[in-house]
Design a protein around this ligand. Sequence first.
Ligand SMILES: Cc1cc2nc3c(=O)[nH]c(=O)nc-3n(C[C@H](O)[C@H](O)[C@H](O)COP(=O)(O)OP(=O)(O)OC[C@H]3O[C@@H](n4cnc5c(N)ncnc54)[C@H](O)[C@@H]3O)c2cc1C
Length: 391
Amino acid sequence: MSWDIASLFSDDTEADRAFRAEVRDFVRDNCPPELKRHGFRIDPPALKPWHRRLYERGWAAPHWPKEYGGMGATLTQQIILFEEIVRAGAPTPYPHGLNFIGPIIIKAGTEEQKARFLPSILSGEATWCQGYSEAGAGSDLASLNTRAVLDGDHFVVNGHKMWTTNGHYADWMFALVRTDPEAKPRHAGISMLLIDMRTPGITVKPIQTLKGDAEFAEEFFDNVRVPQENLLGGINQGWRIAGMVLGGERFTTGHPRYALVYLNQARQIAKETGAWDNPTFRARLTELEIDLLAFLAYYRQAAKLHGANAAPLSMAPVIKIAGGGLAQRSSELLMLAAGGRGPSVEDFPLQSGPVNIGSELFEMRRLSIGSGTLEINRNIIAKRVLGLPDE
Ligand SMILES: Cc1cc2nc3c(=O)[nH]c(=O)nc-3n(C[C@H](O)[C@H](O)[C@H](O)COP(=O)(O)OP(=O)(O)OC[C@H]3O[C@@H](n4cnc5c(N)ncnc54)[C@H](O)[C@@H]3O)c2cc1C
C-alpha cells in the first residue's frame, strides 16, 4: 500500500488539486533527497537549505499574514502544503521560530520587535530555541526560578534552563523568567524575554540523549544583561502570551509524518528479511495503517478547526497522545520487521537510504515527554474537558 493523501480526501476543488500538484512537484524537485529519508532529528544546519527553498518560494510561513512576509494562505492551502510535504517524507522546518515565537511576536510584539525579528525567522537565517523548562519546573512550569531583575535599561538574568531543543545551535532564545517572586498566583510573576545567545554570561552545554546524539542543551545564566527592549508583551505578561502557542506545540509532537515514514520503511525492511510472510507482522502493519488513516483524517479536521480558532480544548492533547503513540508503535514495528537484525548498532541498508532501527526506536520515546508529558495531557482531558474530580 502506498499513501496518496490526495485520494484519501475527496473535497479538493479544482483549484485545490492544481495547488496540490504544484506543491508536489516543488517538494519532489527541491527537497534534498537525504532529508526525505533521514531519521527524525535533523540538526538545524542540515535543515536550513530546505527552509531557504521554501522561503524563496514564499511557502515557509503559510499561516503568517502577508504583511509580515507570510503566505496568508487559506486553511485548505495550508493543509495541502503540509500534507504534500508529509507525503514525500520531507521534514517541515523547525517550529520554534516559525510556529512558536513568530506568531507571538506578530500578536504581542512592538513594531520594532516585528521589524527586527520576523525577517530572519521567516528566512530561517536565525535559529530559535524555547527556554521554558528548568530542573524542578517542567510539568509545573509556573514554579520556574530563573530571575530577571531590572537594572537601568537592562534586565539582569540569573538561573538555569534545561531540555532546550537546539539550545546549542540557537542564535536566540525566547525565555520565561521570573520578574516578580512575590506574585500570587505564581504565573502572574513571569515575563518573556528574547535573549541573544551570544550575550556574555551564558554557558551552553549539550545534553546527550538515550539515542546517543544531543537534541537539547542546558544553559546557565550568570548576570546576563538583556536590553529592556527585548521584553515581549509587557512585564509579568509572559504566561499569558506563552499560552498563545502551547496548543500548536502539541500539534507538532503528534505530527503524522513519523508514523507514515516508519510504516513505509517497515514494509521495505520486511520484504528483505522475510517478515513480510509473518502473519503477526502483517496484522500489526494493517492495524497501524488503519489507525494512521483515521488519525490523518482527525489531524486534517483538527488543523482546520485550529486555524479557524474553533478547535475544542481536547484536540491538541488528543493529537499529542494519539499521534505520539502511533509514531512510537510504528517505530516498534521496524524492530519486528528487521527480526534478528533489529537490535544491531549497524544501519539497515534500504534502497531509499539507511535506517538505524534502534536509534529510531529510542528517538520516539521523547514523544511521551515533550510538549507536556502524556500524564499532563491526560489530566487536561480528564479535568478540563471531561470535568472529572481530582480524586
Ligand atoms: C524531546 C524533548 C524536547 C524538549 N524540548 C524542550 C524545549 O525546547 N524547551 C523547554 O523549555 N523544554 C523542553 N522539554 C522539556 C519538557 O517540556 C519537560 O521535560 C516536560 O514538561 C516534563 O517536565 P520534567 O522533565 O521536569 O518532568 P516532571 O514534570 O518532573 O515529571 C516527571 C514525571 O511525573 C509526572 N507528573 C508530573 N506532574 C504530574 C501530575 N500533576 N499528574 C500526573 N503525573 C505528573 C510526569 O508525567 C512525568 O512522568 C523537552 C523535553 C523533551 C523530552
